[in-house]
Design a protein around this ligand. Structure first.
Ligand code: GLC
Length: 649
């Protein structure tokens, strides 16, 4: 958009600007021109009241240019290619895995040797959990960063990472890395300077001389870690000031009402973009703006910060996309895609925390009423945006579906959530699950759940008692859940170890630094001798691995599984079944119906329920995963226990 005020300001900035050496600035200038109206408006909205507004905006443009100068030719070429093919990340060919490089392979150098395992499974997008330098002890698994531009020595060196990136690029694999945008470690250089009394750096954080403002903030702020880190402020003994620490006491929240913080973070984001990272996972984005009297989550300005970050990234590194890590209410999550796919865009990808929690609800209840309701209520997302569908990740499982959906599904919200926590912690009589309550809030009664996927699905208990039918049910549950993240629409993100049924690992209890955080029970160090059992026929590992591998391979062939807002929910009478229809205009398998049975007995449904929607017209259905031809008996379709069918007609 051309608008005179912003345009003449840009002219002023560019007149004083010394273009860094190097050729090919044409693309930079066209992108700057295209994005500058939005950059200016957002920057003005956020920082326009400051006397140094123009100077700060000049600094921002300078950062964009300096980082553009550093962008390697092959990454610039990729930017152009992705601009042409802007739907590239919505294709069904992508399947992801999230892993800690230490838990997965020991370090970054060894990761290269483990890439064949990832490829064998069919995974071609890898999210390596935070890698940056952080304190030895108080680091929240890497989410308390001490130096955003340095690889933590425990993971290896920047050179190891660069070699890994090169190897991944050669194999057409995408890399996702975190940028922990909301906070730093209290040992970060900025925090150290703030502790020494440097006002410039104290202004990078929320620091107050007494409890007046902290008390006002805390009155409306929910606690994120009520057990291990109650409250949202910590007294810093060096300065005698109270610092905002929403997460752990050693994670200092950055103050984005200061433009210097925003500009630093743009520089960091582009630094990683220039390393060749394809996707940046922006951590804890819901918390980016704090306002007294609010929950300090999902504030409008947090969205404006993300829009601004997106516009800036589009100038320098448009091929790089963002994942929003916002594990918030369903109606709030969707907003992190932005208000519009082109103007006011934020992150192209967001964690589908709602679907994840709903899947766990269906497993515990063996019913799909809430799952169907919750999915029905999911607002339609923007074009050019996609979900990250996952069954579990490195964090706890929050029961984040809405009370309204729970009530409409026929349950009472408080007792239903309590039931789920009891179920997954194995306290419920019929439950085989072996999870742990996380983040128990004594004041509100809320709790979340930790535990390895296989242990939550009942495999640990079943193996301990050698109950063959329970083992089978647990394995079928694991496959069922993976089946649905492959077919729902979006990028499936498998968690490392889950493809071979890795169980809870309680070694964290020996580590003083981890013992108070039971999320470590599901952050394993993989045992590659156990992993090798995936090649031994008949083992649990082999049976799970081969089925997940098959799901991935078939997903990639089904054109209807590309995520183009092409899903229609099918409401069925049978409360154990969950069904939806995926469709595209052309391509192989352009119409597929997914029907999942969460019960432990076979369940039937009249074919009429599908036929009235114009589906299943032919006499024979093909189940795409198994290749089996199904001739429905007497006008009913029967789905075996704990199974999902991918039906093509
Ligand atoms: C994100 C991470 C989580 C971490 C938190 C604070 O939610 O996923 O592991 O504890 O941010 O950085």
């Amino acid at each position: 958009m051309y608008e005179q005020i912003s345009h003449s300001l840009l002219n002023d900035i560019l007149t004083q600007f010394k273009q860094p050496k190097g050729e090919d600035w044409q693309h930079f200038y066209t992108r700057l021109g295209a994005n500058f109206y939005a950059i200016h408006s957002l920057f003005q909205h956020l920082y326009g009241q400051r006397a140094d507004f123009k100077e700060q905006l000049g600094k921002l443009v300078n950062v964009l240019a300096q980082q553009y100068a550093q962008r390697a030719p092959h990454l610039r070429a990729k930017d152009l290619e992705r601009e042409k093919n802007h739907d590239w990340f919505m294709q069904q060919k992508w399947v992801g895995m999230a892993l800690y490089c230490q838990g997965f392979a020991g370090n970054l150098a060894n990761m290269r040797d483990r890439l064949p395992y990832i490829q064998e499974l069919g995974v071609n997008l890898v999210h390596i959990m935070p890698l940056c330098d952080c304190p030895e002890l108080q680091n929240d698994g890497g989410y308390a960063v001490r130096d955003f531009r340095k690889v933590d020595a425990r993971n290896g060196t920047m050179e190891d990472l660069e070699q890994l990136i090169a190897a991944m690029q050669q194999s057409d694999m995408l890399l996702t890395l975190d940028v922990v945008v909301n906070h730093t470690s209290d040992e970060h250089e900025w925090a150290l300077k703030a502790k020494q009394g440097d006002q410039q750096y104290q202004d990078y954080y929320y620091m107050y001389p007494d409890r007046t403002l902290p008390d006002m903030f805390e009155a409306a702020m929910p606690e994120v870690f009520p057990e291990q880190a109650p409250g949202s402020f910590t007294l810093n003994p060096d300065t005698g000031k109270w610092v905002m620490t929403v997460f752990n006491h050693y994670q200092w929240d950055l103050n984005y009402s200061n433009p210097a913080v925003f500009i630093e973070m743009v520089d960091i984001v582009l630094f990683w973009a220039n390393k060749g990272v394809d996707i940046l996972r922006l951590d804890a984005v819901a918390f980016l703006w704090k306002k007294i009297g609010s929950s300090c989550q999902n504030e409008r300005e947090a969205h404006l910060i993300l829009q601004l970050l997106k516009d800036c990234c589009q100038v320098t590194a448009p091929g790089v996309i963002f994942i929003a890590e916002a594990i918030v209410a369903p109606t709030e999550i969707i907003k992190y895609f932005g208000e519009d796919a082109i103007n006011a865009k934020e992150c192209e990808i967001a964690y589908n925390a709602t679907f994840m929690a709903l899947l766990w609800d269906a497993v515990a209840t063996k019913q799909t009423v809430l799952l169907t309701k919750g999915v029905e209520d999911l607002p339609e997302k923007l074009d050019r945006a996609t979900w990250l569908n996952y069954v579990r990740c490195h964090d706890d499982i929050g029961l984040g579906f809405s009370d309204k959906a729970i009530i409409e599904a026929g349950f009472d919200p408080v007792s239903h959530r309590r039931f789920l926590v009891d179920y997954y912690t194995g306290r419920y009589p019929e439950s085989n699950a072996r999870g742990f309550a996380f983040g128990v809030n004594k004041k509100t009664g809320d709790a979340r759940i930790s535990g390895a996927l296989a242990s939550l699905a009942g495999l640990e208990t079943a193996l301990a008692t050698q109950d063959q039918s329970a083992i089978e049910n647990a394995m079928m549950t694991i496959i069922l859940l993976h089946n649905l993240i492959m077919s729902f629409g979006g990028i499936p993100l498998i968690y490392y170890g889950d493809a071979v049924g890795t169980l809870n690992n309680d070694s964290y209890l020996q580590d003083e630094n981890k013992m108070h955080d039971n999320r470590w029970v599901h952050r394993p160090t993989l045992d590659w001798e156990v992993m090798a059992l995936r090649n031994e026929p008949g083992t649990v590992q082999q049976r799970l691995f081969s089925q997940i591998k098959q799901l991935i391979a078939i997903r990639k062939e089904i054109s209807a599984f590309a995520d183009l807002n092409n899903r229609e929910l099918i409401t069925l009478e049978n409360p154990h079944l969950f069904a939806f229809h995926r469709f595209v205009q052309t391509g192989m398998h352009s119409k597929v119906v997914v029907v999942a049975n969460f019960d432990t007995s076979p369940q039937s449904v009249p074919l009429q329920s599908f036929r009235q929607k114009g589906l299943f017209k032919g006499a024979v259905l093909t189940e795409l995963y198994s290749g089996q031809q199904i001739i429905p008996e007497s006008d009913f379709l029967t789905i075996p226990k704990l199974t999902a069918y991918w039906l093509s007609t």
